[in-house]
Design a protein around this ligand. Structure first.
Ligand SMILES: [Zn+2]
Length: 315
């Protein structure tokens, strides 16, 4: 039996990943159809302005960025107010997300449009705002991808402040989706299994991952994905942490998995390298000191948390 890091009492690991700091009171049970329209009329409403995978940030000083705009300030950014979604309330004031058609090269002075990944890797906004961004980005992307009914092909329109679309032709209701992905660290003895995809930066390795398929449990998805990508057999699976991942609307489900075999056969369509790393090696990688230049994903990524928590647990 493997000793999983979660055998020790610890703070909720999900609170340490990026995009998890959302403090918005969603008030999901009271979302009126015109909730976003009415929220936009509040003078204290705060707006996240999003477009093409980027968020507009106001430059307020050296390395100081503010992701929130008033309705008045957002008017200069070619915002589609009619498609605003109400994320909820924070500090009693409404928080909305709106999409913008503005060219990132044509922004007013003092405003930058930064892609979501850079916003988190470069730590440009606080974790609460980053959590709101995860909610807003997922919703805005879902609306953009679901303008037509999947049943009859008719046009759909937004309801419930952005938490529903209804088909004008057949009346079918459509709700925002979240796509579950399992991401897992397979462990065997004092080693863990890491791989690199063909699109990874030089030296970068990470946990294996893949979408949960219909009719599948989290545990079954972990076993199937690891078997497909590496041919490693898995026994026990244990959940550790999750991460909202707005690319476009994924929930990463982080697990540890007990490997019951050691011989790796790589799926070359998915990975270009996959091997066992010792805990001592992983500790060097976390400090960016591995002699062969191997590196783990950046802090805030759930893969980093899975790797870090195992590396720092007692062997
Ligand atoms: Zn329809």
């Amino acid at each position: 039996m493997i000793a999983f890091p979660l055998d020790e009492p610890r703070a909720e690991a999900s609170l340490r990943v990026a995009f998890s700091g959302n403090l918005i009171d969603r008030q999901a049970e009271t979302r009126a159809d015109d909730a976003a329209v009415r929220a936009l009329e509040c003078l204290d409403a705060r707006l996240l302005v999003l477009g093409e995978g980027r968020i507009c940030l106001r430059i307020e000083g050296e390395d100081a960025f503010n992701p929130y705009f008033s309705r008045h300030d957002a008017e200069a950014l070619a915002v589609r107010f009619g498609e605003a979604v109400l994320l909820g309330h924070e500090g009693g004031a409404p928080v909305l997300a709106v999409s913008s058609d503005i060219d990132p090269e044509a922004l007013p002075k003092g405003i930058k449009a930064i892609d979501y990944r850079s916003v988190y890797i470069q730590d440009l906004i606080d974790r609460t705002a980053l959590g709101a961004l995860a909610q807003g980005a997922a919703l805005v992307a879902w609306h953009q991808n679901h303008r037509f009914c999947g049943r009859c092909g008719g046009e759909t329109e937004m309801r419930a402040g952005g938490y529903k679309r209804v088909c004008r032709a057949c009346g079918r209701e459509h709700f925002p989706r979240t796509d579950p992905v399992v991401i897992m660290l397979a462990l065997r003895g004092d080693t863990c299994l890491l791989g690199r995809g063909p699109h990874f930066a030089p030296g970068a390795v990470s946990c294996l991952a893949g979408f949960v398929e219909p009719g599948e449990t989290i545990e079954a998805a972990v076993r199937r994905e690891i078997a497909e990508e590496s041919s490693i057999a898995i026994g026990q699976v244990a959940y550790h942490a999750s991460q909202p991942w707005p690319f476009p609307y994924t929930l990463m489900i982080g697990c540890y998995a007990e490997a019951t075999s050691t011989a790796i056969v790589i799926d070359e369509n998915e990975l270009e390298e996959c091997r066992w790393f010792s805990r001592a090696e992983v500790r060097l990688m976390l400090e960016d000191k591995h002699p062969e230049g191997y590196r783990v994903p950046p802090g805030g990524a759930i893969a980093n948390i899975l790797i870090r928590d195992w590396a720092s647990s007692v062997s």
